[in-house]
Design a protein around this ligand. Structure first.
Ligand SMILES: NC(=O)c1ccc[n+]([C@@H]2O[C@H](COP(=O)([O-])OP(=O)(O)OC[C@H]3O[C@@H](n4cnc5c(N)ncnc54)[C@H](O)[C@@H]3O)[C@@H](O)[C@H]2O)c1
Length: 591
């Protein structure tokens, strides 16, 4: 039996009253926004027993909500939710969007691709999500956003007041797990009295999560995202093997267990115990704790995912090196540097153990490719003047035909947080999507590997290639949605989607074919014929071979989306047909 939390005793201090701020009415905003607005309150009233004020289909709780990522996310969702217009740096008119969030964008173009919003029905709408979280700094979120100098000022000034109304939860702080540059500002924290032991601190965090869910009337899944400063790695977490051991470790004193538990593990445990998923966007080894994964897996639909968001330079590297390898070249040297001056870098610069954790995950990304003598170097420089406006350089040197040298250079300049926030929104929407379907823990880890520099758990060692990972996402999403079930390429399946979709006359077909199996057709008429043991003949549209597969004839009635979801993971598949003229082919599926 898991320990039960202390009753939450909260009240809201947010004023719902109307006030007016540049360009839009606070009264209407107060009605529309569903951001978390709680404060820790010593009064003993138990609000959780009364009905919530609002309802929201999705919860996002961010550890480090007052940071660059957290405040950029709040501003972005608010701008979209309220459809705020603003002027860019040169006075150009700007409108909000969710570019970069593939769960919020439609698929587009003849071959599809891009987003999933119109592909998967029922994906949570980010405009309706509730956002809350913790920080250890006392800055109000709107003021913190202004200070961080990330977004256009004309947008910031319009959201600042509303964001300042959002009350963050006070964070769990341990100076041993954060750079010295952050110590002075760490004043907004659980008191020694509240967090007099880890067990008590856990109760506080659990109560925060419960309060957030209640206050916002969360009807779907809530995901807790670590977007706080990188911690040093902890050896202790790797030694906690089971869920029971993890809970016992939290009950023990530091002396009994042999060291401190990192705050990230405490938040993660609280999340899991409250039925939320936990995502580690930082580079510390929180998810190297087998006990945490074991605890999460006690209940279907709770995921622990990480490590370290793969937002910018690393993500592009995985696409570029995949390209080099796919061309048959041999990568020899990847020499990269990036520089920026935001608070995350300030923390890394002041805490050597944390920057080692960051560099370790960056170095590790290519290991599954087992390229011999691949010299992969990464250097990070702290340059305060350019703040969050990160620049990165990468030079790729490879060997081509007859050992001749092939060199490419890339340069990227973009706001670090603007790159990262779409991943935070998407991961919460995906967790909600998979959780609702109770999709297996291991498959979700593989599906969402594209979001992390070093995917954990079952996703450890997956192909790091960007396009391979996006393909795995698509395969799992479609399968979880009942559109097609395809196992991963390692299991002998060759998914052929998107770009490979052929056009036959005006007919468009998508398919996925097991390597050792064949194709099952296509359209209801065809199914009828197959059921009737049809063998071709006058079908007319039947093809004779298809990449070596033999075929049989079929019918003319393929006006539908045919779903064929076999129970065995290694078999499959679906053809999507948009015209009555159908190709058909058949061979037995693997048993
Ligand atoms: N921005 C990106 O592109 C990117 C990419 C990958 C990973 N990350 C990671 O995301 C995290 C956040 O990045 P950022 O740029 O927003 O950093 P930031 O320094 O601006 O924000 C971190 C926030 O976390 C707070 N914090 C620290 N310890 C805390 C604790 N124990 N409890 C609650 N709050 C705590 C800090 O006060 C700060 O406000 C970092 O770990 C960073 O390495 C960022």
């Amino acid at each position: 039996m898991w320990p039960s939390p202390s009753p939450a005793t909260r009240s809201s201090s947010m004023s719902d009253g109307a006030s007016s701020v540049s360009g839009f009415s606070m009264a209407s905003i107060a009605r529309q926004t569903q951001f978390a607005t709680s404060v820790r309150d010593s009064s003993p009233s138990n609000h959780i027993s009364s009905p919530p004020k609002a309802e929201s289909p999705l919860g996002i709780l961010v550890v480090g909500l007052g940071g660059a990522n957290g405040t950029t996310m709040l501003a972005g969702i608010l701008a979209n939710k309220l459809n705020i217009d603003w002027h860019g740096p040169k006075g150009e008119p700007m409108t909000p969007n969710y570019y970069g969030c593939i769960t919020q964008l439609d698929s587009r173009g003849v071959h599809g691709g891009v987003g999933y919003r119109n592909v998967i029905r029922g994906l949570a709408d980010a405009n309706k999500c509730a956002v809350g979280g913790w920080d250890i700094r006392s800055d109000k979120p709107g003021d913190a956003l202004l200070k961080a100098q990330i977004l256009d000022y004309d947008l910031v000034r319009q959201v600042q007041g509303e964001m300042n109304k959002i009350k963050l939860f006070r964070g769990l702080y341990d100076p041993r797990f954060i750079g010295s540059s952050q110590h002075e500002t760490a004043t907004y924290i659980l008191t020694e009295q509240e967090a007099k032991s880890d067990a008590e601190a856990l109760k506080c965090l659990r109560a925060d999560i419960r309060y957030f869910k209640w206050k916002n009337g969360i009807t779907g899944h809530t995901t807790v995202i670590w977007s706080a400063s990188v911690e040093p790695n902890s050896d202790l977490v790797t030694r906690i093997q089971t869920g029971e051991e993890l809970l016992q470790a939290i009950e023990m004193s530091e002396d009994e267990r042999g060291g401190p538990l990192p705050p990230s593990l405490m938040y993660a445990t609280a999340a899991v115990l409250e039925g939320c998923s936990f995502v580690n966007g930082g580079s510390q080894n929180t998810l190297a704790c087998p006990g945490l994964a074991a605890l999460a897996q006690r209940h279907a639909g709770i995921y622990c995912l990480g490590t370290d968001f793969k937002a910018g330079q690393t993500k592009f590297k995985t696409a570029a090196v995949e390209y080099i390898r796919t061309m048959g070249l041999t990568p020899k040297v990847i020499a990269s540097s990036n520089h920026l001056g935001n608070n995350d870098m300030r923390n890394l610069a002041s805490e050597k153990a944390a920057s080692s954790a960051k560099l370790k995950v960056k170095h590790d990304i290519f290991s599954p490719w087992e390229e011999q003598d691949l010299d992969h170097k990464v250097s990070i420089m702290f340059t305060p003047f350019i703040n969050d406006d990160k620049r990165d350089f990468v030079e790729y040197t490879s060997l081509g035909f007859l050992g001749q040298v092939h060199t490419m250079v890339t340069y990227t300049r973009a706001s670090d947080s603007v790159l990262c926030v779409p991943l935070m929104i998407d991961v919460a929407v995906w967790c909600d999507f998979f959780s609702e379907r109770k999709w297996p823990y291991e498959l979700v880890a593989k599906a969402l590997a594209y979001l992390f520099k070093v995917p954990e758990g079952a996703a450890k060692g997956v192909d790091p290639g960007f396009f391979r990972q996006m393909e795995e996402l698509r395969v799992q999403v479609m399968a979880a949605d009942g559109k097609a079930y395809v196992s991963s390429p390692e299991k002998g399946i060759t998914p052929r989607l998107g770009e490979n979709r052929p056009r036959i006359g005006s007919m468009s077909v998508e398919w996925v074919i097991p390597r050792n199996a064949g194709i099952i057709c296509a359209g209801l008429g065809c199914v009828d014929m197959q059921l009737n043991q049809a063998t071709g003949g006058d079908g007319g549209e039947g093809i004779e071979t298809f990449e070596g597969e033999t075929s049989i004839g079929g019918g003319r009635y393929g006006h539908s989306l045919l779903r064929f979801v076999p129970s065995l993971p290694s078999s499959l598949i679906v053809l999507r047909l948009t015209n009555s003229r159908i190709m058909n082919a058949k061979k037995s599926l693997p048993s």
